[in-house]
Ligand binder design. Structure first.
Ligand code: GAL
Length: 646
């Protein structure tokens, strides 16, 4: 008793403190446009409401979401709210606060030009809180919602911004069984007469023994490693059947080699170092990634390219002297920096594992990070990349704008047309990835200038809070997506970003990670992981390596899903598959769990259908008319809807 009484006295003695919203670390705060502005409006002007200017506060924009961990230690939130006087257009918003799933504050609709409103919310007892500035039903244009003079009263620990409510990182992907499971692409493209290399992706206990029926003359299979190599002598479609066997069982799967002009009949898969290593990338880190791709199971589900991004050449100025030096040799050959002592040896190392090697440059004089580009050395560089043995080139616009000599479509296409042509002349298959952020509707002409894939937008790294919007935007270009021609919405950013010496989470919740991978696979996007390979955890690997989910991406039809039943918070993505079934993603971009229904009419099927949960690898049963799932905040349920059988 005495002890309790003493604690009581101590607690009441602790003085309540005040912290301003603008003094919290708002990195997890998300909003529909721009980034939260401290002590100024979203237009980067002084915060101003109803003619009054405020020194302190946060300028935001609908839809604005801030999750806070309070743990019952925050008592009150006070602010002056409204649409900033400098919005310069008619907007309308609603402010809401939700505490542990219950709405405890609603401002009602606030329109541009209305007097500022005092917001005063009792937060006593709340553990996790969501502060929202919602669009009030007329779209988010000019919804420049401010929190002025915004402050919390707390005792103990101050409120802590978090990415979302607690979520368990539940592993859904079933563990691979001991028996072989072949995960090879059904169609593989190559040019006749060029070096051929394909490591058959296969899960199951090792040792495995591979064999194949119907291989074209000139292609050998290593039965122990499952690496196919050699040269396809002539154009044509070669219908091969692959077999894998081990002590626990056997598997077979068709594999059609299409020797002709189409590279990448299914979206390329691999890893690119950019978001892991930036300008710290080295030969050793690339080799390590190739080794990890084999040892962590990624190669067994289809990841194959090991791509060096920017910063492998020399730069005029760089903090690391080993990245400085002459750009080119006396004969003009492009020189790698000292962290890449032997590019050919590196490509050989990757090939030795049955994997493929990619690299990066810019058509401009310098790359985006200031390293030497291909400007005026295009033919020589294309030859060099082929001589070294690279299999993919990412060609990043960067400084090219300064030398383009125009900004019409022809000028925009010119460097890509040139490199596309040069790569075709090489004696090996080199895929071309256009990186120019979607300029000039690149999806309409990327294939025609020789590309196999093209970025449809800017860098995804800064856009992760708008993942669903980025994906829906990419879907707008779905008509141009198909075998040999892939819209590229950028890399898969789950797990940790670099630098590898200090890996930090990208910041997606577990459900957002599942949504990310589901979106990319439904869109038939190139699947390039770009997080840190060295710190991949079991959860992230489960997101990256579900063979049934990847199979959607690699479906030979190559169709990008179409949005359907699109509401403010939920939507479907529907994709036709080669076998006549449909893949459907039921997405919830709202802040709370929601029921999402996929009516048969909306997905284009009728009658009784078998529904299979692809993440869990489980039949859900035969359904009629529709399928409804409860979908987590920012999450997905991904299903295949197929014939129910007799
Ligand atoms: C950007 C590109 C990124 C990365 C970076 C390297 O332009 O979009 O993906 O390659 O350059 O500097």
């Amino acid at each position: 008793m005495r002890r309790l009484a003493l604690l009581c006295c101590l607690a009441s003695a602790a003085a309540a403190e005040t912290v301003y919203l603008n003094d919290l670390d708002l990195a997890p705060m998300r909003q529909g446009w721009g980034t939260p502005q401290l002590n100024r409006s979203i237009r980067e002007q002084p915060l101003s409401l109803g003619g009054k200017v405020f020194d302190k506060g946060v300028g935001s924009h609908a839809r604005s979401e801030l999750w806070l961990q309070l743990d019952g230690q925050t008592e009150r939130f006070q602010a002056v709210i409204g649409i900033d006087d400098n919005a310069n257009g008619a907007g309308s918003v609603v402010y809401q606060v939700w505490a542990d799933g219950k709405r405890i504050y609603d401002s009602g609709v606030i329109k541009t030009g209305e007097p500022a409103k005092e917001m005063d919310v009792d937060l006593r007892g709340a553990r996790q809180v969501l502060m929202l500035i919602n669009d009030a039903g007329d779209g988010i244009n000019f919804d420049h919602g401010d929190y002025c003079d915004a402050r919390f009263t707390y005792t103990g620990a101050p409120p802590k911004p978090i990415v979302g409510p607690d979520e368990e990182p539940v592993i859904l992907t079933p563990k691979p069984g001991p028996a072989p499971r072949l995960n090879n692409v059904k169609r593989y493209g190559c040019r006749p007469g060029h070096p051929f290399l394909y490591r058959i992706p296969c899960q199951g206990d090792r040792p495995l023994r591979f064999s194949a029926d119907g291989l074209p003359a000139g292609i050998q299979l290593d039965p122990g490693t499952g690496i196919l190599s050699g040269t396809v002598p002539a154009k044509g479609e070669y219908r091969v059947v692959l077999h894998a066997e081990n002590a626990a069982g056997k598997a077979e799967r068709p594999f059609t080699i299409v020797a002709g002009d189409t590279l990448a009949p299914t979206p390329p898969m691999g890893w690119n170092d950019w978001y892991a290593h930036y300008d710290n990338v080295t030969d050793a880190l690339m080799r390590q990634a190739a080794d990890l791709m084999l040892s962590n199971g990624m190669a067994d589900v289809g990841y194959a390219y090991v791509d060096i991004d920017d910063c492998w050449m020399t730069a005029e100025h760089h903090r690391d002297p080993q990245r400085q030096g002459p750009t080119r040799a006396a004969d003009g050959t492009l020189l790698p920096n000292q962290h890449f002592p032997d590019m050919k040896a590196l490509a050989d190392y990757v090939h030795g594992r049955g994997l493929k090697a990619g690299l990066y440059t810019s058509p401009g004089p310098t790359t985006c990070a200031g390293f030497a580009g291909a400007w005026q050395h295009e033919a020589q560089d294309a030859r060099t990349f082929a001589d070294w043995g690279f299999d993919l080139l990412k060609y990043d616009w960067c400084s090219y704008g300064g030398v383009a000599g125009g900004n019409d479509l022809a000028a925009m296409q010119k460097p890509y047309r040139l490199m596309g042509e040069l790569l075709k002349q090489q004696a090996r298959d080199i895929q071309l990835n256009l990186c120019q952020y979607g300029m000039g509707n690149v999806w309409e002409w990327g294939a025609e200038v020789g590309g196999q894939s093209w970025r449809t937008a800017g860098d995804l790294g800064g856009e992760l809070s708008r993942l669903f919007e980025v994906a829906l935007h990419n879907c707008e270009h779905r008509a141009w997506n198909g075998p040999g021609a892939w819209n590229d919405p950028d890399y898969i950013l789950v797990g940790n970003t670099g630098p590898a010496a200090n890996p930090r989470p990208f910041g997606l919740t577990p459900n957002e990670s599942y949504s990310f991978m589901s979106l990319w696979c439904l869109m038939a996007s190139p699947l390039f992981y770009s997080g840190d390979m060295g710190s991949l955890d079991a959860f992230t690997l489960n997101v990256l390596c579900n063979p049934e989910v990847i199979e959607l991406d690699q479906d030979p039809l190559g169709q990008c899903a179409a949005p359907a039943v699109l509401n403010a918070e939920t939507f479907l993505l529907v994709k036709d598959l080669e076998d006549g079934s449909k893949a459907v993603g039921l997405f919830n971009r709202g802040e709370f769990p929601a029921e999402v229904t996929a009516p048969w009419a909306a997905i284009g099927v009728q009658g009784r259908r078998m529904v299979r949960d692809l993440w869990r690898g489980r039949e859900l049963g035969v359904m009629e008319g529709s399928y409804t799932a409860r979908v987590a905040r920012h999450g997905v349920v991904l299903v295949k809807v197929a014939e129910a059988g007799p």
